[in-house]
Design a protein around this ligand. Structure first.
Ligand SMILES: CC(=O)SCCNC(=O)CCNC(=O)[C@H](O)C(C)(C)COP(=O)(O)OP(=O)(O)OC[C@H]1O[C@@H](n2cnc3c(N)ncnc32)[C@H](O)[C@@H]1OP(=O)(O)O
Ligand SMILES: CC(C)C(=O)C(=O)O
Length: 570
């Protein structure tokens, strides 16, 4: 019988399920995202207001410049009425001519006249700027925080909009493009009909029309529902808003349930035109939605995110430096470990996938970095974000032959035969089991060298000469080092290996070759070759030997000696 789960004893009864939206003819589930939404980075505002240590002006500037370099065109740069530091930062961007002509900065304010005036004043001289006004509209906030009814709540938004327009006219005559954004904060908890009523009232004041867009931003201020509920809410708003063609419908998901990314994606499917978030999901509590994940998710579906993530480690370095918060090692696309496979079967599949990709690209005549990406376990080519395969396959006690042989192939151009891969991975496993932790590529090579390539075993080949005899067979004479002395031995066979094996009988070494393979390790005049010999030595169990040399015959004879030495070591 299946074991029965038991009641947790936790007071789950204190919480209520989030109500579903009555939208039986919803269309978002069958839509596909085919282009990037407009992005707004709120790293310098929502991200910053959630930091243990808010950014100083230098760090803010570093983030601003990073966002511009990456391609963000809408950047919320602060809450100027909150502090002199925030105000001065906005001034420094404008006065320091730091804002490219095609970047729209925006600033957030509460719907309070004095704060709005101060906010608008911070923008004097900006070529393009957006004022973003918010007030909470959800029932709990109306009741507890503001102590207002619906009409009074709507009036806060309407009056705030009027004040924005008044102060914009007063202070921003030189601004070439003035934008306005309104957020019914806690939209997710606001009754849909009321959210619509407030947005319509705000639009009645702002009067959007041709060349006069309004951004209506519908935040999941605290994520409380499954992403499909948010998508229904967005589709409902998108369908019911008047003047929709002049509305930029924006979403602002947070990640309290860990589904911020899904919420944003479903909201875009449901009609959102714009997404607000932060790099690596910084922001209040569990963070704003992560712009890196959203952008790279699009990329991985063949959609241009219109943001450059090609140096993800540099982006991460700057964000970590400025926020003083680490990016988790498994954070999508940017974490340290996300392009790394430790487990054996994953490594095996990745290795085969990479080899197949190279083969298919060659056959198609396309450079491998342009060939359609299809590699098991890796949703994108790590190289697209500046990562290398070096990090992809790493070895620990969970690893198998695939990972180990991949590293030998990658670092040393060795293509081990399958049974040698198995033999060697057991050798590595002994070390990983006893040493624990990760087994670095250098350690793998050390163990490989000690097992197969060390020249200090009981048998070594110093020189050899070979000739073909009159009957077509092969004769090899070799100077071998055995039991501390150099002996010349001679043998015949149908090739250099069998002749050498025959010769070894002279010094009492009995070898039966079971398998043999070889390959060149590089191209050109100084090319080296690797030879692999599987052999039974003195009637014992079969073991592998490896030889590497610029001369393929030398490599083969060394491989035989390697097998003998390997067997002697046991
Ligand atoms: C979800 C979000 O991220 S929203 C952005 C949140 N970010 C911030 O608040 C950071 C910046 N804010 C601040 O530094 C401060 O709030 C300041 C400086 C702007 C204002 O400070 P204070 O004047 O001391 O007000 P305080 O912060 O306590 O705000 C609460 C008051 O504003 C009112 N208020 C809060 N939000 C809003 C709003 N959006 N519109 C109008 N009034 C509001 C509250 O009802 C309360 O009024 P009361 O004092 O009459 O009860
Ligand atoms: C001001 C709004 C957009 C906000 O930050 C939120 O609701 O999370």
């Amino acid at each position: 019988m299946v074991p029965q789960q038991q009641p947790s004893g936790m007071p789950f009864q204190r919480y209520q399920p989030f109500p579903a939206v009555d939208l039986p003819d919803r269309t978002w589930p069958s839509t596909t995202i085919t282009k990037a939404p407009r992005w707004l980075s709120t790293d310098l505002r929502d991200g910053n207001q959630a930091l243990i240590e808010p950014m100083d002006p230098e760090r803010k500037r570093e983030i601003f410049d990073l966002l511009v370099r990456m391609g963000y065109k809408e950047i919320e740069v602060g809450f100027p009425s909150a502090s002199q530091t925030d105000f001065e930062f906005v001034r420094s961007l404008i006065e320091g001519d730091a804002i490219p002509d095609d970047v729209q900065i925006s600033v957030l304010t509460q719907a309070r006249e004095d704060l709005i005036e101060r906010t608008v004043q911070s923008l004097v001289g900006a070529k393009r700027a957006t004022v973003h006004l918010y007030n909470a509209t959800a029932p709990e906030f109306r009741r507890v925080v503001f102590g207002v009814d619906r009409d009074a709540c709507k009036a806060i938004a309407v009056d705030g909009t009027r004040h924005v327009l008044k102060f914009a006219e007063e202070y921003l005559g030189d601004t070439e493009y003035f934008g306005y954004e309104y957020s019914p904060e806690i939209f997710i908890d606001t009754e849909l009909d009321f959210a619509l009523e407030v947005c319509e009232a705000v639009m009645d004041v702002y009067r959007p029309g041709p060349g006069r867009e309004i951004i209506l931003n519908l935040p999941a201020t605290v994520e409380r529902a499954t992403p499909n509920v948010y998508a229904d809410q967005i589709e409902w708003m998108s369908r019911n808003l008047s003047r929709r063609e002049y509305v930029c419908l924006s979403v602002h998901p947070h990640n309290d349930r860990g589904t911020g990314v899904a919420s944003a994606e479903l909201a875009v499917m449901a009609g959102a035109d714009r997404v607000e978030g932060c790099l690596f999901g910084h922001g209040e509590r569990t963070g704003n939605v992560c712009l890196v994940t959203l952008g790279m998710n699009l990329f991985s579906q063949g959609v241009d995110p219109q943001i450059d993530f090609s140096d993800i480690d540099e982006i991460r370095r700057i964000v970590e430096h400025c926020t003083q918060l680490p990016v988790a090692p498994r954070h999508p696309y940017g974490g340290d470990l996300v392009y790394t496979a430790f487990s054996g079967s994953h490594q095996d599949a990745i290795k085969k996938g990479l080899i197949a990709l190279e083969r298919e690209a060659e056959a198609a005549g396309t450079p491998v970095e342009r060939h359609p990406w299809k590699v098991p376990y890796l949703p994108i080519d790590p190289k697209e974000v500046g990562r290398d395969y070096e990090a992809v396959i790493r070895v620990n006690s969970q690893s198998g032959k695939g990972g180990v042989s991949y590293i030998l192939h990658r670092d040393h151009a060795l293509d081990l035969p399958r049974r040698l891969q198995i033999e060697f991975s057991h050798a590595v496993q002994e070390f990983t089991d006893t040493e624990g932790g990760e087994f670095a590529a250098e350690r793998i090579w050390e163990v490989f060298t000690a097992t197969y390539l060390a020249e200090d075993g009981p048998l070594g080949v110093m020189a050899h000469r070979s000739e073909t005899t009159a009957d077509g067979s092969y004769r090899v004479s070799a100077d071998v080092r055995t039991q501390g002395e150099i002996r010349e031995i001679t043998g015949t066979g149908n090739g250099p290996i069998s002749a050498f094996v025959d010769a070894l009988a002279e010094v009492g070494v009995k070898v039966r070759v079971v398998d043999y393979s070889e390959h060149s390790m590089s191209e050109g005049g100084d090319a080296r070759a690797a030879a692999y010999v599987e052999a039974e030595v003195d009637g014992g169990r079969t073991v592998w030997g490896v030889g590497i040399n610029s001369n393929i015959t030398t490599a083969s004879l060394k491989a035989v000696c390697s097998a003998v030495n390997h067997a002697a070591r046991g």
